[in-house]
Design a protein around this ligand. Structure first.
Ligand code: 5GP
Length: 210
C-alpha cells in the first residue's frame, strides 16, 4: 500500500525550541521533509538564505501572493511569513512527512484546506523558561522580545484548535514524543478509508465467489 505523507504543523511561542525540535527530527529520521518558508524579516546572524528562510522584500513577497504561490501566509509582528505551496505538495505525494513550523493564523488556514493536517503546539514548561530562552538567545532587542511575549498570550487563545500540546521540558524526550505522535497518525482511520474500502470490496468478492 503506497502511503501519502502526513502534513504536520508545529507551532509554539517564540523561543520555545520548535526550531531545534524540527531540526532534531530531520537529523534523526529519514521520513521527514522540512518546508522552508519565505519571509520579509531581516536575516539573523548565522541565518542563511534558502536554508533557514527564503529572505525577500515586501514587493517580492506580495508578487508571490498575487501569483498564488503560497499555501498560506500571515503577518507576524510586522513581517510577512509564507509557506511555498509547490514543495509541500510534491513532498507529500512522494510519501514524505512534511513539517511546517508556522504560527497560528497560518496553521488555521492550512487546516481549512487540508483537513487531515496534524496540528501540534509546543509549550514551555513555564513562563520563566520562555523569557530566559528569548533573552538568552540574544537575537532580538528588548522591544521585539516584549512584542513576541505579548503575541504568545494572543496565540495561546487558539490553542484548543491544536490536536496535541507538547511540553518541551527535555529536548531529547520531546523529539521522541513528537516523532511518535506523527508516526501513529499514519494509522488514523480517517487516513485509511481508501485502503479499508479496497479490502472490503475484496472480501465481498471472495464471499460472492464461494
Ligand atoms: P521567526 O521570526 O522567529 O523565525 O518566526 C516568527 C514566527 O513565524 C514563528 O512563530 C514561526 O513559526 C512563524 N513562521 C515561520 N514561517 C512561517 C510561515 O511560512 N507561515 C506562517 N504563517 N508563519 C511562519
Amino acid at each position: 500500500m503506497s502511503r501519502k505523507g502526513i502534513l504536520t504543523i508545529i507551532s509554539g511561542f517564540s523561543g520555545v525550541g520548535k526550531g531545534t525540535l524540527v531540526n532534531n527530527l530531520m537529523n534523526m529520521y529519514d521520513n521527514y521533509a522540512l518546508s522552508i518558508s519565505a519571509t520579509t524579516r531581516n536575516k539573523r546572524e548565522g541565518e542563511v538564505d534558502k536554508v533557514n528562510y527564503f529572505f525577500m522584500t515586501k514587493e517580492e513577497f506580495e508578487s508571490k501572493i498575487e501569483n498564488n504561490e503560497f499555501l498560506e501566509y500571515a503577518n507576524y509582528v510586522g513581517n510577512y511569513y509564507g509557506t511555498p505551496k509547490a514543495y509541500v505538495e510534491e513532498m507529500l505525494n512522494e510519501g514524505k512527512d512534511v513539517l511546517l513550523e508556522i504560527e497560528i493564523q497560518g496553521a488555521m488556514k492550512v487546516k481549512e484546506i487540508m483537513k487531515d493536517a496534524l496540528l501540534i503546539f509546543v509549550m514551555p514548561p513555564s513562563a520563566k523558561v520562555l523569557k530566559d530562552r528569548l533573552v538568552g538567545r540574544g537575537t532580538e532587542t528588548k522591544e521585539v522580545i516584549d512584542k513576541r511575549l505579548l503575541r504568545a498570550i494572543e496565540e495561546s487563545e487558539g490553542i484548543e484548535n491544536y490536536d496535541y500540546i507538547l511540553v518541551n521540558d527535555n529536548l531529547d524526550e520531546s523529539t521522541k514524543r513528537l516523532h511518535d505522535i506523527i508516526n501513529v497518525q499514519h494509522d488514523a482511520s480517517s487516513r485509511n478509508y481508501k485502503f479499508i474500502n479496497v479490502i472490503r470490496e475484496d472480501i465481498k468478492n471472495f464471499s460472492e465467489g464461494d
